[in-house]
Design a protein around this ligand. Structure first.
Ligand code: AMP
Length: 121
């Protein structure tokens, strides 16, 4: 099922933001929330999401999204550093659509690290 450009307020990240389902939060501010992925792909696997109803995927961002997208990448770098990933390095991942395996239609960024991650493709 393709990720819809229309935002579904019942998606799992919307429910996490509302507090309807629990999450293991490592960071939050007025704009973003970061929590541990429930099915981690690495020793450190954090999902960073904007609050509110952001674009559902990278395919639907536009020029007006550039400021918060920039702040999001800067924040991801800070969270990675605070999680102790900076010396070894880490990977930031944005899955977009079916072919990339995107499952949640709320723009998000994965922070992965804590071991050798191997080639991207
Ligand atoms: P993506 O495949 O890029 O859409 O990433 C969605 C991620 O959300 C997956 O890695 C899931 O394991 C993760 N996820 C789904 N439900 C939860 C949850 N309740 N708490 C934490 N992570 C979740």
């Amino acid at each position: 099922m393709p990720i819809d450009v229309r935002y579904d307020p019942e998606n799992v990240f919307a429910r996490i933001l509302r507090g309807d389902i629990p999450s293991d939060r490592v960071y939050e501010d007025t704009e973003f929330v970061a929590f541990r992925d429930i099915q981690p792909s690495a020793p450190v696997h954090i999902v960073l999401i904007p609050r509110g109803q952001p674009p559902t995927s990278a395919a639907s961002v536009g020029d007006s999204d550039a400021p918060w997208l920039g702040r999001m990448v800067v924040l991801a770098s800070r969270i990675a550093r605070e999680q102790g990933l900076t010396p070894g390095g880490y990977r930031l991942v944005v899955n977009c659509g079916d072919d990339a395996g995107q499952t949640v239609g709320h723009f998000h960024l994965h922070i992965l690290g804590g071991w050798i991650l191997g080639p991207v493709a």
